[in-house]
Design a binder for this molecule. Structure first.
Ligand SMILES: Cc1cc2nc3c(=O)[nH]c(=O)nc-3n(C[C@H](O)[C@H](O)[C@H](O)COP(=O)(O)OP(=O)(O)OC[C@H]3O[C@@H](n4cnc5c(N)ncnc54)[C@H](O)[C@@H]3O)c2cc1C
Length: 471
């Protein structure tokens, strides 16, 4: 991944706004740039858009949306910002956090009103750092459905998308103005010039060398994100003088079924389920943070744990989550009418499991708080038949990257924007603090969509002018 400064090719074509990557960020950026009147080209290395966006549930957090209002969910941008700052213990960029907290809601509404990309608030998704039910999902809670909606919108808008188009080098002036890109296509190499470049290439989860360097605590851990997330945009941005920040930040998840690799919805634990290890013992507050739980699961014997829930929660997950439903074919969900039967079906130690299930039932009856700090005041009491699914921890996506400002412009030394470069989604620094414990559910897509929209809009509005001069 190089930046070439010593030669300027004859570009095959030159476009006003060029976007690399057709995930949530790149497609939101393309839509926003088109809305602002610019001609846009999107380059995607795969044969069709998918990315980590396609692997997700499609759930983005956002506050004060029309959907929340329709459902009577009390929320505000100020409250969202306060939750981000609380979740990260204030160890994030406050200006970026404010931009995301205030612009995420308008982004969700804009996608629905202008582009028919519909995400609806899900009233059952609170906690894990969110003080309001502000996760917004596509109807089937699937990333592939979400990518389908975005792809349709991009096509309707007249954006030119080139697939099987892997960018492997940027061209730039000595002043770090990007002049174009080199693209590897099945039939050869193309050179495309641009006035503004938006990096929407996601993070570096698939790049083991970068993970080892920046997130040593996850060295060797399973990665369960898109294989194209090699950190290309981050490497280019840094070579062009961009500042990197929070490179140790990431979202992991302790809810990946093992060995089937079905992502199990956190609603199982939010509503009243809990996790035990092979001895049948709980080992943490399942609702403390959705990302940090991965390391706690990985620390258990065999690096696995079991989520214990019941038929009602199983049916809710089946009805709501396409991935959970499809996963049934692999038989990961074990069930039995008694704790002893569940122990037999799973191999969990029977005495430990029975004792833990009795303890949790008592905590729920008392509305108490356990020694890990989890409150059971609103938790639903499990009833037979009981269910269990074995899960492990895995890295899902990285949250550190290029420092951007409130217009998603990549900034360098002294906080000064680079001449014509933008970044969003996994390529940019997120607002999840410096490690794996500050991630709010839905923040990956929230940052991808919001920064994508801000980048596309600003890039289009600043055509003909230096990016750094346009407010
Ligand atoms: C299993 C899973 C579940 C998740 N669930 C959620 C969830 O419910 N909610 C949430 O908020 N977040 C979730 N996330 C995280 C979320 O998916 C990401 O934060 C988000 O998709 C990032 O969007 P993006 O556009 O930056 O990246 P992507 O969607 O990965 O798009 C980047 C694109 O860039 C392309 N690309 C990369 N390099 C090049 C290159 N050199 N040339 C051309 N193209 C290139 C890639 O092929 C890819 O298509 C989940 C992640 C995973 C893995």
């Amino acid at each position: 991944m190089t930046v070439i400064r010593d030669s300027v090719p004859d570009f095959d074509l030159t476009v006003p706004v060029l976007v690399i990557g057709a995930g949530a960020c790149g497609m939101a950026a393309a839509l926003a740039a088109r809305d602002a009147g610019a001609d846009v080209v999107v380059l995607e290395q795969d044969r069709a858009p998918f990315g980590s966006t396609g692997m997700s549930y499609g759930g983005a957090c956002a506050a004060d949306t029309a959907s929340e209002q329709r459902l009577g969910i009390a929320d505000s941008k100020e409250q969202f910002l306060a939750d981000i700052l609380a979740m990260t213990s204030g160890r994030t960029d406050p200006a970026l956090a404010r931009a995301i907290a205030y612009e995420a809601g308008p982004t969700i509404d804009w996608l629905a009103d202008r582009h028919d990309v519909i995400l609806e608030a899900e009233p059952g998704w609170t906690g894990l750092g969110h003080s309001a039910a502000r996760l917004h999902f596509p109807a089937d809670r699937s990333g592939s459905e979400f990518v389908g909606m975005l792809t349709g919108a991009v096509e309707r808008c007249g954006v030119d998308s080139l697939f099987s188009a892997r960018v492997d080098a940027l061209y730039a002036t000595p002043e770090n103005r990007v002049t174009g890109v080199r693209v590897r296509r099945p039939d050869g190499i193309e050179q495309i010039g641009c006035e503004k470049l938006i990096l929407a290439t996601c993070g570096f989860g698939a790049n083991a060398e970068m993970v080892d360097r920046y997130i040593p605590e996850l060295k060797g851990a399973q990665y369960y994100g898109h294989e194209g997330n090699r950190g290309d945009g981050i490497v280019w941005g840094e070579a062009l003088g961009g500042t990197l920040a929070d490179m140790g930040a990431y979202q992991a998840l302790g809810l990946l079924s093992a060995p089937e690799c079905v992502v199990v919805p956190p609603t199982l634990t939010i509503a009243g389920g809990f996790q035990v290890n092979s001895a049948g013992r709980r080992f943490h507050n399942e609702l403390a943070d959705v990302s940090g739980q991965a390391l706690r699961v990985l620390a258990q014997p065999g690096a696995v744990s079991w989520i214990i829930y019941d038929d009602r929660l199983h049916q809710q997950a089946r009805d709501g989550y396409a991935e959970y439903r499809a996963g049934e074919a692999l038989n990961p969900y074990k069930s039995a009418d008694t704790p002893g039967g569940l122990a037999e079906a799973t191999g969990i130690a029977a005495d430990g499991l029975a004792a833990t299930m009795a303890d949790v039932a008592q905590l729920k009856a008392d509305g108490g708080r356990d020694t890990f700090g989890r409150s059971f005041a609103d938790a639903y009491q499990l009833t037979p038949p009981y269910f269990a699914v074995r899960v492990t921890g895995a890295l899902f996506h990285t949250q550190g990257g290029l420092q951007v400002d409130a217009h998603a412009r990549v900034v360098g030394a002294g906080g000064r924007p680079l001449p014509n470069l933008y970044a969003g989604g996994g390529a940019a620094r997120g607002v999840s603090g410096p490690g794996g414990w500050g991630y709010l559910p839905g923040m990956g897509l929230c940052a991808a969509l919001t920064l994508g929209r801000l980048a596309g809009d600003h890039a289009a509005r600043s055509l003909g002018q230096a990016t750094e001069l346009v407010a």
